[in-house]
Write a protein that binds this ligand. Structure first.
Ligand SMILES: *Cc1c(COP(=O)(O)O)cnc(C)c1O
Length: 359
């Protein structure tokens, strides 16, 4: 593998106090960069001081959104060790997103190595307080200077990292979700399965309407019939009706969440009945009315986010008495335990920093 050149900052910053951390506002001293040019492939992998980019106003990513990213975390356990959570899976997903956006293939081994190397250089930025972590954002943007619609001939892959606060400072808090029967996030045949900028632009209007109506997020229904559940906000959605745990299948319109996969793997290992199948909003509201429903979102930021209430066609459906369900809580506790190294890791999901051979 190409050696990663490292240029350290001569002007290191003081990381903020762990208690003050929020999400996505503070970044570390360094970043990883690597360019692609046609004929040359990906070249010049390097870690350099964190700094702004200078861009031509005609750079194509600014106009047509040929951009992808991923999001993962590093955790400092009570044992002082730093663990990356499923970095290989996140790296492979970045490469799949690249494929959907006509971006040249990124070797997942190189991506994982870039992440590991950057976290190692900036390891003093991994916070210590329980619940805090280092958020890692690998990104690819199209950098050709032209105003025409075709895949760019040059790209920049970069990684930035920043410490983030505990998502649940006062225990898990079930959220109120508005089921959107008007707006959709993605459709089958579109880019829903890619982590690409445009999907988030597409979600803003619906999310803002939901917030104006007093809800935290939107439950997106499928883009064709507006009948089947797709995702919730920027998380995958799961529910338990009776003894069956259900999540929508990876049909091309939803993102293949790594947390989704972690939860499904755990549930199956616990012997629960798990179905990846279409689930209609009518089935969900019926189960909520019957008091027979537990519901939660899954994603890297929150791990698990319990849903306490749905708003749909002017009706309110309270779920599990507005309380966090027992299975929801158990999933959260188990995954967080694995991430911080306080629970066994039977599936080999964490990679210890400094362990170059780990998965
Ligand atoms: C990132 C993301 C998720 C969650 O994926 P994780 O790998 O679990 O973090 C789900 N849905 C969308 C739309 C996302 O962008």
């Amino acid at each position: 593998m190409t050696e990663i050149a490292i240029t350290r900052t001569t002007n290191p910053k003081q990381p903020p106090a762990d208690e003050t951390l929020t999400f996505g506002t503070v970044f570390s001293d360094h970043m990883f960069m690597m360019e692609y040019h046609e004929g040359q492939g990906w070249h010049d992998p390097r870690i350099v001081p964190y700094a702004p980019f200078v861009m031509d106003p005609a750079t194509c990513v600014l106009h047509y959104g040929q951009a992808i990213f991923d999001g993962l975390k590093a955790f400092r356990g009570p044992d002082g060790q730093i663990r990356l959570f499923r970095p290989g899976d996140h790296s492979r997903r970045l490469n799949r997103s690249a494929h959907y956006l006509c971006i040249p293939e990124l070797d997942p081994v190189m991506v994982e190595e870039s992440i590991r190397a950057l976290v190692e250089v900036d390891q003093n930025w991994v916070p210590k307080m329980p619940g805090t972590s280092l958020y890692i954002r690998p990104t690819v943007i199209a950098t050709e200077t032209f105003l025409g619609v075709h895949p760019s001939h040059s790209y920049l892959y970069y990684v930035i990292v920043g410490p983030v606060g505990a998502y649940y400072k006062e225990g898990m808090n079930p959220v109120r979700i508005l089921v959107s029967d008007q707006y959709v996030r993605a459709v089958k045949g579109g880019l829903g399965a890619a982590k690409t900028a445009g999907n988030y632009a597409a979600s803003l209007f619906g999310a803002e309407e939901a917030q104006k109506a007093g809800y935290t997020q939107v439950l997106w229904l499928d883009g064709v019939e507006h009948k089947y559940l797709d995702e919730v906000g920027t998380m995958n959605i799961m529910l338990k009706i009776g003894d069956e745990v259900i999540t929508p299948p990876l049909n091309g319109a939803i993102l293949a969440g790594i947390t989704r996969d972690s939860v499904l793997t755990l549930l199956r290992s616990w012997g629960l009945r798990v179905s990846e199948r279409p689930v209609s909003i009518d089935e969900v509201t019926a189960a909520a009315s019957a008091g027979n429903l537990e519901m939660w979102g899954t994603g890297t930021a929150a791990v698990i986010s319990p849903v306490g209430e749905l708003g749909y066609k002017g009706e309110r459906y309270v779920i599990n008495g507005g309380q966090t369900g027992a299975l929801t809580q158990k999933l959260y506790d188990t995954i967080v335990g694995i991430q911080y190294g306080t629970a066994p890791d039977p599936f080999g999901w964490t990679r210890l920093l400094g362990n170059r051979l780990g998965g």
